[in-house]
Design a protein around this ligand. Structure first.
Ligand code: MG
Length: 290
């Protein structure tokens, strides 16, 4: 099952997407802001919640109609340096346990939204194509979260301001500017992607392939990440975990190739789909001043 968040007449509604995502069957909703989050919080589980919410209304869906599947997750946990070749290109030491950091939930935007760069703060903005895990139920904070607690998977871009990241000496701000977490295009339930471990993950900038690897190249796999991050921390339904990026991020190329105004970044994962975001970099001004 593929479930997405669809903009419709000024509000947001959940929908079950047809295989290619061009049509959706709409879901009745009690939450016009974050309909899938409400469904994920249903104690019966996502599948039962969707079955009881399904309507007989089917609509056409274009890229501009899709919002992030979870618009404001309770938290976004990210894993750094989780692909061996990416760790090598950064010159940093390989972590002996999952390296975790936070991205603020307000950084989440839709799968085809603009990445709007605060150019008065950063000149070195980079992409990181990543697999995102969406948690399907509240977990006990005892390190036992497992694949059974996963509602589904999405594609994400962990957009990163490299100059801020290394200037701050701390990653959270650099990766949390508004629009720095494109997510989507929809949530795909685990039964639809039984071969996710061998799925290809790739990132292209203006059609130029920059990142190309498979999910199984992760140093810590999905099960290991879930166990680690749930030890002492309550994972809640709708929380999102980004699982790290393969080699080929622009800031670590020689010479570095940062994103420029007008660039189009497309991140794809086999079985999950693609997200595509245009970069907007106004000259030395906050893009949010408009
Ligand atoms: Mg990352």
């Amino acid at each position: 099952m593929r479930v997405g968040t669809i903009r419709r007449e000024g509000r947001h509604v959940g929908g079950v997407l047809a295989p290619k995502g061009q049509t959706a069957t709409l879901l009745a909703s009690t939450d016009e802001r974050d309909p899938l989050l409400a469904l994920l919080r249903d104690p019966r589980g996502l599948t039962a919640a969707v079955e009881s919410a399904v309507t007989d209304t089917s609509v056409d869906v274009g890229p501009d109609d899709l919002a992030a599947p979870i618009r404001r997750p309770g938290k976004v946990i990210a894993i750094g340096l989780n692909y061996v070749k990416h760790t090598a290109e950064t010159g940093l030491a390989a972590p002996d346990r999952p390296l975790t950091f936070a991205k603020y939930p307000s950084s989440v935007v839709g799968p085809f939204a603009e990445i709007r760069v605060p150019s008065h703060i950063t000149q070195h903005v980079d992409y990181e194509g990543e697999l995102a895990i969406v948690i399907g139920r509240d977990c006990r904070p005892d390190g036992t979260a497992s694949l059974a607690d996963v509602a589904g998977y999405c594609v994400a871009n962990d957009v990163s301001a490299r100059d801020v990241q290394f200037g701050d000496g701390q990653w959270t701000r650099a990766k949390s500017f508004d629009t720095f977490t494109p997510l989507g295009p929809w949530l795909v339930t685990p039964d639809e992607v039984p071969d996710l471990a061998v799925a290809r993950i790739s990132t292209a900038v203006n059609g130029d392939l920059r990142q190309d690897d498979t999910i199984k190249s992760m140093a810590f796999d999905i099960a290991a990440i879930l166990a680690f991050v749930s030890d002492g921390i309550t994972l809640e339904a709708g929380d999102v975990i980004l699982t790290g990026t393969p080699s080929g991020a622009g800031g670590f190329l020689d010479p570095p190739r940062y994103l420029a105004d007008g660039d189009t970044v497309e991140v794809s994962i086999e079985g999950l789909g693609s997200i595509r975001n245009v970069v907007r970099i106004p000259p030395e001004a906050s893009p949010f001043d408009e």
